[in-house]
Write a protein that binds this ligand. Sequence first.
Ligand code: 26V
Length: 824
Amino acid sequence: AWKKFQAHGFRDKDEFERDTVRHVETTLARSMFNCDETAAYAATSLAFRDRLITQWNRTQQRQTFSDTKRIYYLSLEFLMGRALDNAMLNVGAKAIAKDGLADLGFRIEDIIAQEHDAALGNGGLGRLAACFLDSMASLNFPAWGYGLRYRYGIFKQEIVDGYQVEVPDYWLDFNPWEFPRHDIVVDIQFYGNVRKYQNDQGKNVVTWEGGEIVKAVAYDVPIPGFDTPSTNNLRLWSSKAASGEFDFQKFNSGDYESSVADQQRAETISAVLYPNDNLERGKELRLKQQYFWVAASLYDIVRRFKKSKRAWSEFPEQVAIQLNDTHPTLAIVELQRILIDLEGLEWDEAWKIVTKTFGYTNHTVLPEALEKWSVPLFQNLLPRHLQIIYEINLFFLQLVEKKFPKEREILGRVSIIEESQPKMVRMAYLAIVGSHKVNGVAELHSDLIKTTIFKDFVRIFGPDKFTNVTNGITPRRWLHQANPRLSELIASKTGGIGFLKDLTLLNELENFADDKEFKKEWAEIKYANKVRLAKHIKTTTGVTVNPAALFDIQVKRIHEYKRQQMNIFGVIHRYLTIKNMSAEERKKLAPRVSIFGGKAAPGYWMAKTIIHLVNSVGSVVNNDKDVGDLLKVIFLEDYNVSKAEMIIPASDISEHISTAGTEASGTSNMKFVLNGGLIIGTCDGANIEITREIGESNIFLFGNLAEDVEDLRHAHNYGDHSMDPDLVKVFEAIKSNMFGDAGSFGALVGAIEDHGDYYLVSDDFHSYIQTQELVDEAYKNQDEWISKCIQSVARMGFFSSDRCINEYAESIWNIEPLQPESKN
Ligand code: 26V
């Protein structure tokens, strides 16, 4: 297999070196004598990029000629991480590059590390989109990603005196992975007025006139498939002033400042990624971003369809559009507008096409994350779209009324327009009404949306409109790239690298779960990965950790529902317990390193307080000579995709401990298990399916169930709850100023003690602590522990994003892969 696809990379290392040196000397205009690592990174990337672009062109041509259905994945976030390592592995030429770079005097790891992460996403939702791109290309689907080319991705996090500080992420300084398409430019209209009149033929015509125009410029990013020449496209739109550099009329009349201001206002649209996840704030600029991106993408999609000269009724046979959450919901309205206002179709005919085209994926049930836009804001920015939304709603409510004539109350509940002050457009409802399928991202989550937030819609449209597609991850990045030694060991026992294309082949490993020699190698690899992380901890925090200790990791966005606060309270409990232990008892304890990482949204005070508490506990515990190696507490700065690739393979146990029913799926849980770590978790999201696959004895589950959450919350609110006694002791320690001024943690403690403990930390604390003790015990038996890890990895085949994409293709998109050319 490797031999076959080297054809898409380099024939040999000489060819690679020749190309790389040529780029240093010509493209970069430098001499090899002063070629530093930055230049070597640039030249290596350009050499690989040349290969990708040849394949990219061929793939696009093949798609055009075959004229089959395409899938368009619309996502405001693509959390891609680094591209070079991935490109080298996917075209099968990393070994060649390694040798070639060594000849030129470089270590490949150092060159890879030069690259800045492409961090155009917040967390799980954006990384899922990136894994999907990898799978769609690897499975040869004719697929396009559409997104925004933010000038600033998610901020960089610095920790200063224990507090998070946000620093802008200037990632476009040098980006060899994008191709500006200055010839692909779309005019996007905002504001203005709607005019209705009869034309000369007596036909009713609606036009949207005036307002302002901003240009959308396409930037293309090649997406290489693994072990296939298929190279797909991610098209990102960048905003530019319509008048070019600046308005010359204003400039010449002496109004220089305002001509520049116009330009800046246009460029602001794609300037920055909104750094909230799971919190909707209703800012006009965010709605502008959404429409700008959706309108440009649809223009592009429709233009491509029109070239085929087919009838409009065939549009859904040629085009499937998947909405990654509600962020692109305006696409439904925009397509309806194009069809009725610009192409002259009748409403019903157009609406049939629209609903057959779209699928909507929901990623959260948290009410504060559900998008709503104020009607006045909409009216001003997108007047024609608001009219169309009202029309969609009218027809929809008529259907509901006909179906449930005796239930007047249902109309208000399901209306796309919320009758509040001001009125609001409910984007999730619009997405449901305008799509033919709605899916959740794990079984529990898909059940929950059907029985809670969308239950009326299940009655209206029937249960078949709602389905589940459990999330997955790409084993290329999350095993082969992040953990090359483990990947190699697995390949040696499963008959080569085939498992990277069919992850169910991992089940061959079951035969080695008790193999002494295999287990020894397995343990050595885990240890080496822990040594690598320990070095990173030393250089970034100055703290020395023992790689033989149990590494306990929780890395993800900081959010109360993910309960990092419960984790740090558990750490404090452990610290207090150690302090009270005799020397004899201490000897029996497994040393532990508690590692946290993750960004807090800049305006999310409680999340920032959690980060501060972790750091404060760390500075006390890590400097307590009495405790030594028994406990260390680390906060890793600036968690991102490339750091995840180093952190995840070094885990013994990772924490996925959200309040039951709140984490839609989680995807890092899958990454940790695939890398030979065990997990402690609640019965939430994909943890449940992971348990079903790997077996209950291989996971540490604890806590209340989703079905009991409502009653428990009720009990808190009616004073029918007594605080967990261990948690009370933890709070007493905090209040005694053991970790610095207790006042700074007051809100965190207060939310649990005095304000209803919405996320049920107190209710789950006891079983959490107990389960952590089971983890301690289990870890002491290394032999059994390693067998559990191997058995778990063997059973993780289901969680490949390839399986997930195949499910979307079959049950939602109705699309087939396009076989690539057999050679070259
Ligand atoms: C919502 C919002 C609201 C407006 C401001 C910006 C913004 C940005 C992102 C979001 C999406 C929130 C939903 C989300 O990220 N869900 C996560 O999706 C993962 C992939 O399906 C899943 O594994 C996580 O459990 C889920 O929290």
